[in-house]
Design a protein. Structure first.
Length: 359
């Protein structure tokens, strides 16, 4: 992801020897003179300000400071001998760099009260302007508590018992409705058949897609730019989108403020119509005999035949009670002459599930 440089911010470090806060570019403690130990860390200053001093910026750009192997003093990356003891810095260990120290935020921070004399000092001050006492680091602003996701609630044993009960009831109900049958004898009193053919035609259907995905032959109605993807380089119809700026340790006592940016590229999104085979009509023939026939089909230009469907019903009378037998099989339907007697198996819904000739 491309990074943008916003500038440099002087960091600070706290002397582990005497507790004094020191500007990041100071290599020795301003109070006790001890060299900054290599394991002491740079921290964000209480008040962030972009550095205007070109010398400090160039030092930050030169690379991380190196630590004198003889006396432990920090030296600029460009130094060849230690400014403290004169030792040779060839092959000296460099300070750690690249760590993210926190958000870049130039907002004016509230003044800090001197614990010694009560004088108010700007947040950027390391020492009291009145008595010279070392000022404590203001507490960092409270971070909003991370949102926690509630753990999934356990299903109670009562609920599980209820679900099992309902499932059992369904099984028992299904048995009584579909599988438990009663027997009776019925006479065929009526016959009904119905056959239908769907007629299809190509009808315009509305749809939408990215311009490069609109199907060939579609009729484009309108297009508009919409964000589609991210790019590392600026492109036509793109908009720069940047993340929260943050400060990275350069190992020099001056942090680099950067932000990660990308280009959100918009492309044409189009609404269009395309032709799609659709059922536009269904022609039906009906009868009450044993000679079903298909409706005669007269297709117009641009039309084609769709699905065919057939439905047959046989109505029985069993001692004044009516039962209906349904099938889509014409051969089965052909067995039922009016007035013939049949043994019927009836399920819990009153449907005939089986019919055999009665003698
Ligand atoms: Zn000190
Ligand atoms: Zn040295
Ligand atoms: Zn003071």
């Amino acid at each position: 992801m491309p990074q943008e440089e916003l500038g440099y911010v002087e960091l600070e470090w706290t002397c582990p020897n005497c507790g004094t806060r020191n500007p990041g570019t100071r290599k020795n403690c301003a109070s006790c003179g001890a060299a900054m130990p290599k394991d002491a860390k740079f921290e964000l200053p209480a008040q962030q300000e972009l550095v205007k001093d070109e010398v400090k910026i160039q030092a930050a750009q030169a690379g991380p400071d190196v630590i004198c192997p003889y006396c432990g003093t920090r030296n600029a990356a460009t130094a060849s001998s230690c400014k403290q003891c004169g030792g040779d810095l060839k092959g000296a260990q460099a300070r750690f760099k690249g760590g993210v120290l926190g958000a870049f935020d130039e907002t004016k921070q509230p003044d800090v009260k001197c614990p010694n004399c009560g004088t108010m000092n700007p947040a950027s001050a390391l020492k009291c302007s009145n008595c010279g006492a070392s000022l404590k680091r203001p507490e960092p602003k409270a971070q909003p508590a991370p949102q926690t996701i509630a753990p999934p609630t356990r299903a109670s044993p009562l609920l599980i018992g209820g679900i099992i009960g309902v499932v059992l009831l369904c099984i028992v109900g299904a048995y009584f409705l579909f599988f438990r049958t009663s027997d009776t004898v019925g006479t065929v009193t009526d016959l009904q058949w119905q056959r239908s053919i769907a007629i299809m035609a190509q009808v315009p259907v509305r749809d939408a897609a990215w311009q490069d995905q609109v199907p060939a032959g579609a009729n484009v109605l309108s297009c508009e730019f919409k964000p589609r993807r991210f790019s590392n380089v600026e492109e036509p119809n793109s908009r720069k989108v940047c993340g929260t700026p943050y400060i990275v340790d350069t190992g020099t006592g001056v942090g680099k403020a950067i932000q990660d940016c990308q280009y959100q590229v918009s492309e044409q999104y189009c609404s269009f119509t395309r032709l799609q085979w659709t059922v536009i009509d269904t022609i039906v023939t009906r009868g009450s005999d044993l000679n079903p026939g298909w409706p005669s089909l007269a297709l117009k230009s641009g039309e084609k035949e769709g699905n065919r469907a057939q439905d047959y019903r046989v109505i029985f009378d069993a001692g004044g009670q009516q039962y209906t037998y349904s099938t889509s099989n014409p051969d089965e339907y052909a067995r039922f002459q009016r007035g013939t007697r049949w043994n019927l198996k009836i399920n819990g819904l009153g449907d005939i599930v089986e019919a055999t000739p009665a003698n």
